[in-house]
Unconditional design. Structure first.
Lengths: 262, 277
């Protein structure tokens, strides 16, 4: 038995090692003064981070990414929440249709959608290519399956019908009941879903690069454009990006586990 | 009753925006792929793709990289999850959380991290060379791409498979052992048949994930490696030669490939142990 448990521990640590390795190398590289043709860096420094965080182009790209992601998520919530409520309360049978629809953003790779989007929004009344607005629209579709699934699970857990009946008995309109009874009950699930969606939206590159590129340079596009610069500088950028993702997912997990915050 | 139809109005903005950013672009590709250079209906775009050694090579590379990275990723995930379920909960929770985070580590940042680790002057490349384990390693080849794709398949595989292992009950292993079955026979006759649907489903998702992946290979090779997503992007946003209709045909072929995989998956599921029950 002891030998078996040794084996399992070894496998798990190996798995962890494989997953950590690229990140650890990047972290060390971002802290190195110089590191070439030797096993370990010549010296350690925080210089690359200082340089990165005082670089106006990086700060601008980071700000744009935050803005686009936050905008897309706010927009997605605005569209998805009422739609979900109407489906759950009035037309439960539409849920099956929705479950098929939300498979599309999963099944169709962004590079495929981009072909159509580029032609449709290149000119005419909806000349959105090259503007952040098209990213907000596209990110809404990427976040949708995730938001919908997460919120459906939450809605099923709260006995929607009983809550609504109680609110109606007390004289609230359907609108008022949805807003001040159902919504607060969904708050925690919503915040967690939004945070997790944010963590993958900020890493989105395909739409950002193909539809907008340098005309509204977001974080990932900036990172890609820095490819010919110093490897230490881009490493500091990669680690900074990963730290933001780490922070957001950590907050989401904390919130998810903490029973008192609901 | 009237109330219900008013409620339907609330669905409209959602449907409208979903159509504009998801359904219409897809429909546009479908239509455009059948429009020839002269503006007439025809199959010439598809013929151009299937007659061109260049595009056929892209399809073959895409399939090879996706297939191998999915198989390797799945195998590593199975071995990993199997062990994860046997270790103490502190280590397990730590590894699961970390896996969750690395599932976001893909695309451009991942490509850069791999260049630092395994590029021509990568840390690991140098270490392995000094130890005499390898002669040379080129990350920018098919083998290198399979490696980096496998890396981003592992977290996805682990996260998808972990809940599926709930289906395996501990007492089955004990019963099998009591009846004289070793670990190999237990896996062959009990665990694998029970897990087959989950394994197939995960494999299909990994395959689709790899087939559609663009950011990683683009960032790693600046679009110089010939796979389908890179070709599609070059045809609509490249700087040499643009042909959106040809890009549409290529995109439709990619979607068709995924559809075929899904159909085969469904067919296999029906034939499997669970489908018969």
């Amino acid at each position: 038995m002891a030998r078996a448990s040794m084996y399992h521990r070894l496998v798990v640590w190996l798995l962890l090692l494989v997953l950590v390795l690229p990140l650890a190398a990047t972290l060390l590289y971002s802290l190195a003064t110089q590191w070439s043709a030797s096993l370990l860096p010549a010296g350690l420094t925080f210089d690359w981070y200082l340089r990165l965080w005082s670089e106006p182009r990086f700060l601008a790209a980071f700000g744009r990414s935050l803005l686009v992601c936050a905008g897309a998520l706010a927009f997605a919530c605005l569209l998805v929440l009422p739609a979900m409520f109407v489906i759950a309360y009035h037309f439960p049978r539409l849920d099956a249709v929705m479950n098929v629809l939300i498979l599309l953003p999963f099944a169709v790779p962004p590079v495929v959608s981009s072909v159509g989007l580029l032609q449709l929004f290149a000119g005419g009344p909806l000349a959105l290519v090259g503007t952040p607005w098209i990213l907000i629209g596209c990110y809404f579709t990427i976040a949708l399956p995730f938001l919908y699934r997460a919120l459906t699970n939450n809605l099923q857990a709260i006995e929607l019908r009983d809550l609504m009946d109680a609110a109606h008995l007390l004289g609230a309109s359907t609108f008022r009941a949805a807003l001040s009874v159902v919504l607060p009950n969904l708050r925690k699930g919503l915040v967690v879903a939004v945070l997790l969606s944010f963590s993958f939206l900020i890493g989105e590159f395909v739409f950002a690069n193909l539809l907008v590129g340098t005309r509204y340079e977001t974080l990932q596009v900036y990172l890609n454009n820095m490819r010919n610069g110093s490897g230490h500088f881009t490493s500091a950028l990669v680690i900074s990006y990963f730290m933001v993702v780490l922070l957001v997912t950590w907050a989401a997990n904390r919130l998810n586990r903490d029973p008192s915050s609901s | 009753m009237k109330h219900r139809y008013w409620a339907l109005l609330l669905l409209l903005p959602f449907i409208l925006f979903f159509a504009v950013f998801q359904l219409v672009p897809l429909a546009w590709i479908m239509v455009a792929s059948f429009v020839t250079v002269d503006g007439e209906w025809g199959l010439s775009n598809y013929r151009d793709v299937l007659d061109s050694p260049f595009y056929l090579q892209a399809i073959r590379y895409s399939l090879e990289i996706s297939l191998w990275s999915s198989l390797l990723g799945l195998a590593i995930a199975v071995i990993g999850v199997q062990s994860l379920r046997q270790v103490d909960s502190r280590l397990r929770d730590m590894v699961i959380s970390f896996t969750n985070m690395t599932s976001n580590f893909a695309g451009v940042p991942l490509a850069f991290a791999f260049i630092i680790l395994l590029g021509f002057n990568g840390t690991l490349t140098l270490l392995l060379k000094q130890l005499g384990v390898i002669e040379d390693f080129n990350l920018y080849t098919k083998g290198g791409l399979i490696l980096i794709y496998t890396y981003f398949q592992i977290p996805l595989g682990v996260l998808l498979l972990y809940p599926a292992f709930d289906a395996l009950r501990d007492d089955w292993r004990e019963s099998a052992a009591l009846l004289g079955a070793g670990p190999l026979r237990y896996w062959r006759h009990i665990a694998l048949p029970v897990l087959t649907p989950a394994l197939l489903g995960t494999f299909v998702i990994l395959l689709a994930n790899a087939l559609g992946a663009y950011a990683t290979v683009y960032a790693l090779t600046t679009g110089n490696f010939n796979v389908v997503p890179v070709r599609i992007a070059a045809l609509v946003a490249g700087d040499i030669y643009l042909d959106p209709n040809l890009a549409s045909a290529l995109a439709m072929l990619l979607v068709a490939l995924m559809a075929v995989i899904t159909v085969v998956h469904q067919w296999l599921l029906k034939r499997s142990y669970h489908g018969k029950g």
